[in-house]
Design a protein around this ligand. Structure first.
Ligand code: PMP
Length: 429
């Protein structure tokens, strides 16, 4: 495989950008080696600067559910761009976007557009704190909600760990307000609420964890959190930046039948453009400026080109059978990978919710963060590079979910499984 141009770009980039990248996981630190630089993407494929082609299971970390470079999204972007790139005034597409989101996600009675998932989650907890008059928030070990200060807190062991910042630069006084729980631990959540329930502004959760590989909720777990929040006057925030419009048209809240107070979105909602959104109960959303006192704003929020891309994407995913097809193909992929691993004698399991999936180098079914992190990371890293050599790009970390797109047809999936057979065999060698 040729890598000269990517290598040259990475060498130049490292002196110009921290780690040579604009977002950390892209640097391949976790899997080792050097990243490839993508010049172009189409359908299920990425094409790098050296002309290599990869089947892509990252999909820009989730947004590209219809496949890269979809003509409908492209047309919408180009057509809208001709009318001007940004107005800084209200525009009609924002209204259509708000109508679409509130129709597809009934818990979102009102919505505010922002420019990234991070902005959405930051805004949602400010709203939760402002509306409840409480300061503490609760998150879950292994869940990622963007790089806001309050979220960069990791649990140690135990039920309630006083928040310790995971990143320098986060004031301890702020991270102390973030309590961390083990995902899927019913008892831990109950105990925490017994102790500090009256001080909790909000519980924020990825309803299906996608940032510690892929971990679905145990039966009844999200309902348990819903009940605890309701009993103690805390808000429940579903961070659906990844799961929204991904695991189902109505997101994880539709799959599991839970009504959060607030939800955050990103990725698919922007069709590949920098977009996020938060929304929820109207009585809460009305507390946001200018209708209420809780401040949040954005020069480029509701940008017309971004709205056009997002609306085109939301149109595509409403096609009859869209999710059924995508889910069935993802099931085929996961079953094929498991069979290939078994044939090669490699301990391996998968998790899947809709077209979001996780690959684990362990024989057991993974239901917790502790299990996810106990998998054989070295085996994953070798598998990742073997797959890359076979022309398949998986997320460059053992702790990220993978995504399928509608462009991943039966032939692409069959080619992936063939590549996996070779890669698993190489692991055994
Ligand atoms: N929440 C979740 C669940 C995410 O997966 C991410 C990003 N992967 C974010 C928030 C942050 O989104 P962004 O990178 O757009 O700021």
């Amino acid at each position: 495989m040729k890598t000269e141009r990517s290598h040259d770009l990475f060498t130049r980039a490292q002196n110009l950008m921290p780690g040579g990248v604009n977002s950390p996981v892209r640097a391949f630190k976790s899997v080792g080696g050097e990243p490839f630089f993508v010049e172009r993407a189409d359908g299920a494929y990425l094409f790098d600067a050296d002309g290599n082609r990869y089947i892509d299971y990252v999909g820009s970390w989730g947004p590209m559910i219809a496949g890269h470079n979809h003509p409908k999204v492209l047309e919408a972007v180009i057509g809208t761009a001709r009318n001007g790139l940004s107005f800084g005034t209200p525009n009609p597409l924002e209204v259509t976007m708000a109508e679409t989101i509130t129709r597809l996600i009934p818990s979102c009675e009102m919505v505010r557009m922002v420019n990234s998932g991070t902005e959405a989650t930051l805004s949602a907890i400010r709203l939760a704190r402002g509306a409840t008059g409480r300061n503490r928030i609760v998150k879950f070990e292994g869940c990622y909600h963007g790089h806001g200060d309050s979220f960069l807190v990791k649990a140690g062991s135990g039920m309630l760990t006083l928040g310790v910042p995971t990143s320098p630069g986060v004031p301890a006084g702020l991270s102390e307000l973030t309590a961390t729980l083990s995902y899927n631990d019913f008892e831990g959540a109950t105990r925490l609420f017994d102790e500090i329930g009256g001080e909790v502004a909000a519980v924020i959760i990825e309803p299906v964890v996608g940032n510690a590989n892929c971990i679905p909720p145990r039966a009844g777990y999200l309902q348990h959190l819903r009940d605890l929040c309701t009993q103690h006057g805390a808000l429940l925030i579903f961070d659906e930046v990844m799961t929204g419009f991904r695991v189902a048209l109505g997101g994880a809240q539709a799959v599991y039948g839970i009504t959060p107070d607030l939800s955050t979105f990103g990725k698919i909602i922007g069709g590949g453009m920098p977009v996020g959104a938060y929304g929820g109960r109207a009585d809460l959303m009305r507390q946001i400026a200018p209708s209420g006192p809780i401040y949040q704003a954005g020069t480029l929020s509701g940008n017309p080109v971004a709205m056009a891309a997002g609306l085109a994407m939301l149109e595509l995913i409403q096609a009859p059978g869209f999710y059924e097809t995508l889910d069935a193909r993802t099931a085929t992929l996961c079953a094929g990978l498991e069979a290939a691993a078994q044939d090669a004698g490699v301990p391996f399991s998968t998790n899947r919710v809709g077209s979001m999936f996780g690959l684990f180098f362990t024989a057991e079914k993974v239901e917790t963060y502790a299990q996810a992190t106990a998998g054989d990371t070295a085996a994953f890293n070798r598998f990742f590079h073997a797959m890359l050599e076979h022309g398949v790009y998986l997320a460059p970390s053992a702790f990220e979910a993978g995504f399928l797109s509608m462009a991943h047809d039966d032939a692409v999936i069959a080619a992936t499984i063939e590549a996996a057979k070779g890669s698993f065999a190489e692991l055994r060698a």
